[in-house]
Design a protein around this ligand. Structure first.
Ligand code: XBP
Ligand code: MG
Length: 251
């Protein structure tokens, strides 16, 4: 089938947002709400096993807090924390704290010029996607993405394929007409679960994840003057990901 659309995950793929973005935003929300919780880098790496900020908070309460320290109404508390956290996160993004990863801007611009359709499929909250695109990619660039499938619009978050199936339905495309870009084990299980061939670019939290079935696993998408490293698969002698390579991969 002919490649028609590129579907991008957000956190860890467009930008390295978890360690220095979401994590400090969660900690700022805990402090603002008077909770003595603190998620350091190592603990946060464990908590990333669960996607979705509200779900991650509940996972922390159930699996990391001793019974006597667990709050009463966890659902309400998770919602309250998450509302504050999302404000903290979008404020952090607005300060330009989270630059795009290597190759992302170049590939997006190249894809647009080549007439490929663009979409987002992410577990994160829609407001976070808007903030990241506006402040890290540039004003008005949210319009580059025909479909933004994000957060709670589907009942089951990654690794369930729901968010990718939602994006395919909205694009009215078959999975074989698309390529997905992911950073994590949860993410690729979601994209492959929807039948979409997937390119992985790992980050500090995901290098040890399982990426069985990926087209390639890379250090990042690379730049002409900053080659990426190939961790799994074959980049056909290229040192960065471009549209020509993607077209040849999706044949
Ligand atoms: C990553 C996630 C999100 C973020 C936090 O999403 O799992 O939950 O960690 O964002 P993806 P929220 O890799 O699919 O972009 O707090 O808004 O969920
Ligand atoms: Mg991700």
């Amino acid at each position: 089938m002919t490649l028609k659309a590129l579907i991008f995950d957000v956190d860890g793929t467009l930008a390295d947002t978890e360690r220095d973005g979401h994590r400090p935003a969660f900690n700022a929300a805990f402090a603002e709400l008077g909770l003595d919780w603190f998620w350091d880098e190592a603990l946060y790496g464990k908590l990333l096993a669960v996607t979705g900020g509200k779900e991650r908070i509940k996972y922390y309460v159930s699996d990391f807090l001793s019974p006597e320290k667990r709050p009463q109404d966890v659902d309400q508390l998770a919602a309250d924390i998450h509302r504050v956290k999302t404000r903290c996160y979008t404020e952090l993004v607005a300060k330009g704290a989270l630059p795009l990863r290597p190759g992302v801007r170049r590939l997006l611009e190249e894809a647009r010029s080549a007439g490929l359709r663009l979409a987002v499929a992410t577990t994160t909250t829609p407001a976070n996607v808007t903030a990241l695109l506006e402040h890290s990619l540039g004003a008005g660039t949210e319009a580059w993405f025909e479909v933004i499938a994000a957060g709670d619009i589907v009942p089951a978050k990654k690794p369930a394929p729901d968010i990718y199936n939602w994006a395919l339905d909205a694009l009215k495309l078959a999975p074989e007409e698309c390529l997905a870009f992911e950073d994590s084990g949860n993410g690729i299980r979601a994209s492959l679960g929807a039948g979409i061939p997937t390119v992985v670019s790992v980050n500090g939290y995901t290098t040890e994840d399982e990426f069985k079935g990926a087209l390639v696993v890379l250090s990042d998408l690379g730049e002409p003057d900053a080659p990426c490293r190939v961790l799994q698969g074959d980049l056909q002698g290229k040192s960065y990901v471009d549209v020509e390579l993607l077209r040849s991969m999706s044949r």
